[in-house]
Design a protein around this ligand. Structure first.
Ligand code: F3S
Length: 66
């Protein structure tokens, strides 16, 4: 199981995460990313989510093995 999250103290709203994995991220009213509840845990890590993590310039996307 993998846990996906966005570190809100790091996110600057670059939106690269959304570009790579629109199925896994959403934006709050101020343009910062978060992971909707239904996507916060996944059994299989998709390539798009790996790319979202790798391409966030602030290193705000976190993937942890749970
Ligand atoms: Fe934020 Fe990084 Fe996405 S800065 S909007 S988590 S690309």
């Amino acid at each position: 199981m993998y846990r996906i999250s966005v570190d809100s103290s790091r996110c600057q709203g670059h939106a690269r995460c959304m570009a790579f994995a629109p199925e896994a991220f959403d934006f709050d009213d101020e343009g910062y990313a978060f992971v909707p509840d239904g996507m916060a845990e996944t059994a299989e890590l998709s390539e798009s989510i790996r790319r979202a993590e790798a391409n966030c310039p602030e290193r705000a996307v976190k993937i942890e093995e749970a």
